[in-house]
Design a protein around this ligand. Structure first.
Ligand code: ATP
Ligand code: MG
Length: 522
């Protein structure tokens, strides 16, 4: 079933909150910049992951939501012989840009070695262009795209783990398709999500798809169950209606930036090696082949989800892989946690290279060649027990969170906050103790928030710095202001005595689950 990206116009009875609040102002700014009215505004939000950390690269589903902070692009389509695109940003930090569109219909080139905001625009432009060429080859094979005047305004804090880049790229891709196809064409969410997933490749960034899925498919009062296999899919699940409170999230940035280049060999890269090795050690222990045929290429070593599937095929005669279903997922992941205890718990201190080679029945050299040469890693031991336990238990918590949202009824608001919050707190404990991706600043922020009215506090994103997310009752009876104030006084002003009000405002944001990509036509 095709679901269309929602479109609104001035005659709509009721505009969604972000459009009603922000369109009048961006239209005004467009007019004063270009001395003409825009044709439409394309909008897409940032996102936060509620639960399900470091499991997407094992193909397990996650639970993000779109936030009230977003990117808007107001656009006027031009009818020029020599078409070009002009970009103006409401934030003077992003200087005006203008570039020509190749007349022969070829792509605009992107130079990933320069860091400029127009590159992100060009990423969205590229994937939209490629989509247009497939959609209407006769029109776009060898003729240029339409020229545009664009005015951009975004309030997603950048570089904070809330994916301002996905918000920008999704808004741009939607705008470019709209501008070139006209009012008769209605883009589906599926297509917008699918084309934008690969867009950041053009600036050298690999995403798994969660950011784009959340930005495109977000819905008010819903979280998104995002699956990666057999293909990227986002299913909205509504939060329960509470009697006296709203469901809001406080998102607090530690302002600690982990230097990815320096820390990857002991952090991110190493975790990828550890979970891959864990899957293969489990497979060897239970006498199953992780991947067969084409799948089992020299670069694809299989993952913990693959192990779950082949285990169930071999021992439970279920030959179809897990399809994302909640109940059967809960049963299977629970079983996986039993196997992890059974086969990896005897080496809680970690596996040496010799230990792993012995388990995999290969030589040290073979293991090193097959697992340790893709990206640089540094370690004494591989903590297979802890990492596998994190991945399976975290994936299980995602399913339990969805189940809680859909099946439970709550006699008191607090029952919901307690139960959902507990899953978030367990996730944080697992990230900290088992996956070791927390840091002192994250721990401190979580403990302050929990003592001041948060029911669930955890890191969100990769960890080792970055952002935290907190389940805090909102509305007049809620604790939002109390949590914000406590964080400002007990964390930010202590750790960063020189922090300005503007920086503080960017560091702590509050959002309800928000609508995803949408269009407003004038
Ligand atoms: P993360 O990827 O950790 O979730 P992020 O997406 O905010 O965080 P980046 O992926 O580094 O961070 O993307 C930030 C870049 O996106 C900016 O440097 C800029 O080029 C572009 N960008 C984001 N927001 C805007 C904006 N409002 N105006 C112009 N460019 C923007
Ligand atoms: Mg980004």
């Amino acid at each position: 079933e095709e679901v269309i990206v929602p479109e609104f116009n001035s005659s709509a009875k009721e505009l969604p909150r972000p459009l009603a609040e922000k369109c009048p102002s961006i239209i005004k700014k467009f007019i004063s910049a270009y001395d003409a009215k825009p044709d439409f505004v394309a909008r897409s939000p940032g996102r936060v992951n509620l639960i399900g950390e470091h499991i997407d690269y094992c193909d397990f589903s996650v639970l993000p939501l779109a936030i009230d902070f977003d990117m808007l692009c107001a656009v006027k389509v031009l009818n020029e012989k020599n078409p070009s695109i002009t970009l103006i940003n409401a934030d003077p930090k992003f200087a005006q840009r203008k570039f020509d569109l190749p007349l022969d219909g070829s792509y605009v080139t992107i130079d990933p070695s320069v860091s400029d905001w127009s590159n992100y625009f060009k990423c969205g432009l590229h994937v939209a262009h490629s989509f247009l060429k497939k959609l209407a080859p006769e029109r776009f094979a060898s003729a240029p795209l339409a020229g545009l005047q664009v005015f951009c305004e975004g309030d997603v804090p950048t570089g904070s783990g809330l994916s301002s880049s996905a918000a920008f790229i999704c808004a741009v891709a939607l705008a470019v398709v709209k501008a070139n196809m006209g009012p008769g064409y209605h883009m589906s969410k599926q297509n917008l999500m699918r084309i934008t997933v690969v867009a950041e490749h053009y600036v050298g960034v690999n995403n798994g798809g969660m950011d784009q899925a959340a930005s495109v498919c977000g819905e008010e009062d819903h979280a998104l169950y995002v699956e990666f296999k057999p293909q990227l899919k986002a299913t909205p699940f509504k939060f329960p209606q509470l009697k006296n409170h709203e469901i809001s999230f406080v998102i607090a940035n530690t302002l600690v930036v982990s230097n990815k280049f320096e820390t990857a060999p002991t952090n991110y890269n190493l975790r990828v090696v550890e979970v891959t090795t864990a899957a293969n050690v489990l497979a060897a222990t239970y006498g199953v082949v992780l991947l067969s045929g084409k799948e089992g290429s020299s670069t694809n070593k299989g993952n913990l989800r693959d192990f779950m599937n082949v285990y169930y095929a071999r021992y439970h005669n279920i030959s179809t892989p897990w399809n994302g279903d909640i109940e059967s997922g809960i049963e299977r992941l629970t079983k996986m946690l039993v196997l992890v205890e059974e086969s990896l718990a005897n080496k809680k201190q970690g596996f040496s290279v010799d230990d792993v080679a012995q388990s995999l029945n290969c030589s040290r050299e073979e293991f090193t060649r097959d697992y340790l040469t893709t990206s640089p890693v540094r370690f004494q031991v591989l903590k297979l027990y802890q990492r596998a336990k994190h991945v399976y238990s975290e994936s299980l918590r995602v399913l339990k969170a969805v189940k809680l949202m859909t099946t439970a009824s709550f006699t008191a608001d607090e029952d919901f906050f307690k139960q959902f919050g507990a899953l978030m707190n367990e996730s944080q404990a697992s990230c900290d103790k088992l996956y070791e991706c927390s840091c002192p600043e994250i721990d401190k922020i979580c403990s302050i928030a929990l003592s001041n009215g948060s029911y669930g506090s955890r890191l969100t994103g990769a960890g080792w710095g970055g952002c935290t997310v907190h389940l805090v009752p909102g509305g007049p009876n809620g604790n939002i202001e109390k949590v914000k104030e406590a964080l400002a006084n007990e964390f930010y002003k202590v750790k960063y005595p020189k922090i300005t009000d503007a920086e503080l405002e960017n560091a702590i944001i509050v959002s309800k689950p928000a609508l995803g990509s949408c269009l407003y036509e004038l």
